[in-house]
Design a protein. Structure first.
Length: 254
């Protein structure tokens, strides 16, 4: 399982993903799920992946043409004229890989075995920053004022926090804090999502990463957020009115 979030702000885009691909008593694997490419002054594009690892790695490998010698490689994403066409290229490639692998393995009716989904974010010069959610079928939707962020993977534990705390004009720092709380809650609820986390901030009209880092279990900021959020929840719960059982008993008599 995995957890990835892409968020659109007035200032740009914020992306965060975990790196765990499976979890067991003696089998925990870590793989990168966030990738980005930039052409300084012209464009920046990022992809986050969830689902079958072989499928998602095949998509990234084909986009980067890793079957060719480094000097001969050509990333088509760096020449697509719009972010819509970037999303179309990735969606078509994802659908083709899933369909081909399902057919080759005699599981045409069970393509879900090789299923994957992706979040695509970025900006091309002269156009607005864009954020897309790409489904296994290759179709996609775009973020809007009504749907300003996308999640893939294990979404249910962190979603309520994002819904309550999100504000489109919030600062990048506040957005990172909100995402960190969302990820901390997900980590505590589901062992299939795990550290380290990858963070990428894309500023509007900057076309290079504004900020990027990997957050591991020893990161002082993450530990402060995790501890502080737990303490704040307990304090908020204690501050709420107490339930009185004798009052309910009295109401039943009446």
């Amino acid at each position: 399982m995995t957890y990835c979030v892409g968020m659109m702000l007035d200032r740009g885009l914020v992306l965060m993903s975990d790196t765990r691909t499976n979890s067991g008593v003696d089998n925990i694997s870590t793989f990168r799920k966030m990738y980005h490419w930039s052409f300084p002054g012209e464009r920046i594009i990022s992809i986050m992946t969830a689902g079958n690892l072989a499928t998602t790695q095949a998509v990234i490998s084909q986009l980067e043409e890793r079957t060719k010698a480094p000097s001969e490689r050509h990333n088509c994403l760096l020449e697509a004229p719009t972010m819509y066409q970037v999303a179309t290229i990735i969606g078509n490639l994802l659908q083709d890989i899933i369909s081909t692998r399902a057919t080759d393995n005699g599981q045409k009716a069970a393509a879900g075995t090789f299923s994957a989904s992706m979040i695509v974010a970025g900006q091309i010069k002269g156009m607005e920053p864009r954020l897309y959610l790409i489904y296994p079928e290759g179709n996609f939707i775009e973020a809007s004022y009504d749907t300003p962020f996308f999640q893939i993977g294990e979404t249910k534990y962190g979603r309520p926090i994002l819904i309550r705390g999100y504000d489109r004009d919030m600062s990048f720092e506040s957005a990172v804090k909100l995402m960190t709380v969302s990820f901390d809650s997900t980590l505590k609820a589901n062992l299939s999502v795990g550290l380290p986390l990858d963070l990428l901030v894309i500023g509007r009209d900057e076309f290079v990463p504004k900020h990027e880092r990997r957050i591991d279990g020893n990161d002082p900021y993450f530990r402060a957020i995790s501890t502080g959020w737990s303490e704040a929840l307990r304090a908020a719960l204690d501050a709420l009115p107490d339930y009185r059982m004798e009052q309910r008993a009295y109401e039943r008599v009446r």
